[in-house]
Write a new protein. Structure first.
Length: 318
């Protein structure tokens, strides 16, 4: 039986809401923290229609990517935390004012909050990032010696500047996701956003479904100057990648570049491309999700803990 626990944790100056999914097991279990992509998402990995209903087309869809991953992980004895990012779902804050470095700190705070849970094995931890969240996941893993494995889904290698340009062009050609007002608003003004950020301007206002949305450009500029491929050269962990062949946000060649960089750094990553699947892997069969999760779970091997985590571990046993 799978247990779902709704919770909140502190992340800097805000409180974020999430769901901890626990497998039925005796003793401490391995666990994964999932980091969402850049645009407004809910904790399940879907578009954030609850907090921003006018930003997205009103559609009934399949379960979100993170909800699917959480269930598959639990079936294999692995716990997971998925959370609403700032300004989305039930979390505090404002999505449009959240910088990249703040997103990285929030993911670290999520991991820190879970390390007090008696159900979780502090020596067997992984972090998984979707889309632009892949760069956040890699940043967190590089600085945290207790993280054993990294999962990357729909990850890009090059700068967000390049990915935005290529993606907006592809979506304009195919029409992918442009029914959502926030997507079409960003795509139509991608070049202006890039130019304003490069000039050091502080903000840019978009018209999204008739409402003015003011973006803080500092976070976009940070992402323009933090290409995931540079992070891959510093990441010495087991890495498992999954990419949809029909991804209109980060084409599959992006994750191939990451694989090459990871191998050059001495890693042995595993990558799979799913035919017919897009950025959210909605077209991926459950069996493919299961195989990906199995590969990730197999790589969550015990790590040596730094002294502070050893102390936390011992307090949990007391």
């Amino acid at each position: 039986m799978i247990e779902q626990q709704e919770l909140r944790f502190r992340a800097g100056d805000v409180s974020l809401a999430g769901t901890l999914t626990l497998p039925r097991a005796d003793g401490r279990v391995p666990w994964v923290v999932m980091v969402p992509s850049w645009l407004p998402r809910d904790r399940d990995g879907g578009w954030d229609r609850s907090r921003h209903p006018d930003w997205f087309a009103d559609e009934q869809g399949a379960p979100g990517l993170f909800a699917r991953l959480a269930e598959a992980l639990a079936e294999r004895g692995v716990a997971s935390l998925r959370y609403d990012p700032r300004g989305c779902g039930a979390s505090d804050g404002a999505w449009e004012r959240t910088a990249l470095f703040t997103r990285i700190d929030d993911a670290r705070d999520a991991i820190g909050a879970m390390r007090s849970r008696p159900e979780l094995d502090l020596r067997r931890t992984a972090v998984l990032g979707h889309g632009e969240g892949a760069g956040v996941a890699m940043s967190v893993a590089i600085g945290d010696p207790a993280i054993a494995a990294v999962g990357l889904v729909g990850a890009s290698a090059r700068s967000l500047r390049t990915v935005l340009r290529r993606g907006s062009s592809e979506r304009a050609r195919l029409g992918t996701d442009r029914r959502h007002p926030i997507v079409s608003a960003l795509d139509d003004r991608t070049e202006e956003l890039i130019e304003r950020a490069d000039r050091g301007e502080a903000t840019m206002t978009l018209d999204v479904a008739g409402s003015a949305v003011t973006l803080d450009l500092a976070g976009w500029d940070q992402a323009f100057h933090t290409p995931p491929i540079a992070l891959a050269t510093m990441l010495h962990r087991s890495v498992v990648l999954l990419h949809g062949a029909a991804d209109a946000w980060a084409e599959p060649g992006e994750s191939r570049l990451l694989v090459d960089a990871l191998r050059d750094a001495g890693n042995d990553p595993l990558r799979r491309v799913v035919e017919g699947a897009g950025h959210d892997l909605g077209g991926a069969p459950d069996g493919v999700i299961g195989e990906y999760v199995t590969a990730l779970a197999a790589r969550i091997e015990p790590r040596e803990l730094p002294p502070v985590l050893v102390a936390i571990e011992e307090m949990g046993r007391a």
